[in-house]
Ligand binder design. Structure first.
Ligand SMILES: Nc1ncnc2c1ncn2[C@@H]1O[C@H](COP(=O)(O)OP(=O)(O)OP(=O)(O)O)[C@@H](O)[C@H]1O
Ligand SMILES: [Mg+2]
Length: 365
């Protein structure tokens, strides 16, 4: 799919802007001019919350009552338009027909965004890495969301029972109930682990190819699900057995801490470069490369299911990358529309095909 043009009014520091896009688009300019704002405006059309804030009210230009965004886009050779109006609530329409919620635009418009905040996927604890895989699975398999909710409901119930047991209430009666929650946790947990494992297996070959291109064949990336046992090649039932054993083993300790210490809510996805854990050993450029490659691979898997190419939005992606890696991003990502923001004009000169936009004080300069 391709966004042909955008019209923006009163969005953050952008008062009024109309742009026509190409396949590759570089948005450049000095700091605090509105580059990320423009990228963020485009991203809203895939139905998601902003990648910077969950408060829509922050998106409206100071002093204005509402923001208005409109795009014309082509999907499966059909030219369409979508509109978003933000005041207290976000309203969206597609080809003039109002949608029940802005989220529904996600059926038509698919985008993957990289923002420097996503570097926490490498730098921080496991939460963001789990989120990456879980969000992808929610997009690919609608039933995963239901499973995920069931798991967390069971986890919450088990934790509150653990609290009651550790407070000394009716130990004997409650301990039987606990084994029921243990089984529930293992049942739903195993399905989550199984799906995550399958996703990682599907993502890996695509990811490796992209990472190899980015690093000009110098480095190898690999992913590995860390869930307390080797979940590769195990059936869902086998995973359930292993998980239940682990849960039972840790039960005594869980009662003392009133927390469930095993299960997919504690798992991690290890991202390795040349066999070393990226969290501890990757350089700044390697960390960036990892996240970019993960995002591009994610887009590739979405494309296979949706039969169209998602848009890629890369915010401030080029800094900390050497020329070779910059060249890959600017000139080697084929077949899909790309939006890249940067401060450095030198990067703009390395672009072989595409369009450049210089942004100054929220306007095209
Ligand atoms: N609701 C708003 N109304 C008006 N201005 C806003 C609003 N929200 C943010 N801004 C302003 O928009 C400006 C540009 O922000 P943006 O993040 O797009 O900059 P940028 O060009 O990406 O800069 P950098 O290169 O530093 O990332 C900021 O100075 C910010 O104060
Ligand atoms: Mg920015």
């Amino acid at each position: 799919m391709k966004i042909n043009s955008i019209n923006i009014q009163n969005y953050r520091n952008i008062e009024n802007m109309s742009l026509e896009f190409d396949d590759v688009n570089i948005i450049y300019g000095e700091n605090a001019q509105g580059k990320t704002n423009l990228l963020e405006a485009i991203y809203l059309f895939c139905g998601a919350k902003s990648f910077r804030t969950s408060k829509d009210s922050e998106l409206v230009r100071f002093g204005s009552e509402f923001a208005s965004l409109e795009i014309s886009f082509t999907n499966e050779s059909r030219e369409q338009n979508a509109k978003i109006v933000i005041n207290k609530r976000r309203k969206a329409s597609l080809n003039g027909i109002e949608k029940k919620s802005a989220f529904e635009l996600s059926d038509e418009i698919k985008a993957v965004v990289f923002s420097p905040v996503h570097l926490s996927m490498i730098k921080d604890g496991p939460e963001m890495r789990r989120k990456f895989v879980d969000n992808a699975l929610c997009q690919l398999k609608p039933k995963y969301k239901i499973l995920y909710k069931e798991y967390y409901k069971t986890l919450k119930q088990r934790n509150s029972l653990l609290k009651e047991i550790s407070a000394g209430k009716k130990y004997d009666a409650y301990i039987d109930m606990l084994s029921v929650w243990n089984e529930g946790l293992a049942k739903y947990g195993a399905k989550i682990i199984y799906q995550r494992q399958k996703y990682i297996e599907a993502l890996t070959p695509v990811l490796c190819e992209i990472y190899e291109g980015l690093s000009s064949g110098r480095e190898k990336i690999s992913l590995c699900l860390s869930c307390g046992f080797d979940s590769q090649n195990l059936s869902c039932t086998e995973i359930e057995e292993r998980l239940l054993n682990l849960i039972n083993e840790k039960q005594k300790n869980d009662i003392i801490t009133s927390q469930s210490s095993v299960g997919p809510h504690r798992d991690d996805i290890n991202i390795l470069i040349n066999g070393n854990n990226s969290r501890s050993f990757a350089s700044q450029g390697q960390q960036r490369s990892c996240v970019i490659a993960l995002k591009l691979a994610e887009a590739s898997l979405i494309d296979k299911i949706c039969n169209s190419k998602s848009i890629i939005l890369l915010d401030d992606v080029l800094s900390e990358l050497d020329e070779m890696r910059q060249d890959y991003i600017l000139n080697k990502i084929d077949d899909r529309q790309l939006f890249i923001t940067c401060c450095d004009v030198a990067s703009v000169l390395r672009l072989k095909n595409g369009k450049t936009f210089c942004i100054k004080k929220g306007a095209l300069s």
